[in-house]
Design a protein around this ligand. Sequence first.
Ligand code: BEZ
Length: 222
Amino acid sequence: MEKENIQRMPLIGDEAPAFQAVTTQGTINFPEDYKGKWVILFSHPADFTPVCTTEFMTFATMAEEFKALNTELIGLSVDSLYAHIAWLRKIQELEWNGMKDVEVKFPLIEDIRMEVANKYGMIQGQSNTQAVRAVFIIDPKAIIRTILYYPASTGRNFDEIKRIILALQKADRDSIATPANWQPGDDVIVPPPGSCGVAKSRMENQGDDQYCLDWFLCFKKE
Ligand code: BEZ
């Protein structure tokens, strides 16, 4: 019996699926070309659409901020390379929200055959031929750390995507977690205690650098 080629959608904690793709910046091999870097791989429904245009202007304007966080951007849609090139040239002519002469320097994948989109589960119920607004945050070991999906009618919040990168990097560096609405500089959360002894000593030893609301909810001061 022929084996069905069923692909499971990648999940948080999975190794990010590898691919080779033609892009507006030449051919890329993922993850080899991105060793040691964080990557934001994101898809949009189509070139020359209004919400996507505002997203590209915003993301391209923030590209240097992401670079400073050792983070590279890769876009994708089910459009041809020539449509991508024409759209990115048009974007450079537009002015919106204080942004103008915006040059999109990060690669935008041509994925007419939906090979990469299918590997990442970017084609969903809304259309058989267009990707949803997906965001995959992938760490320097090529592990998927965050997945976001937005509906077609809602442009993404790129400040939030940056906040997630900052929170993940902080959590990895300091073995902490970050509370709701955390922003850099805010106090962080100490992971829950693994024993009754640790719970007791945390409550008893609160001081200059750490405080607890209860045994399971302790903060480290920043
Ligand atoms: C947009 O980017 O404006 C858009 C794309 C697909 C469906 C609806 C809106």
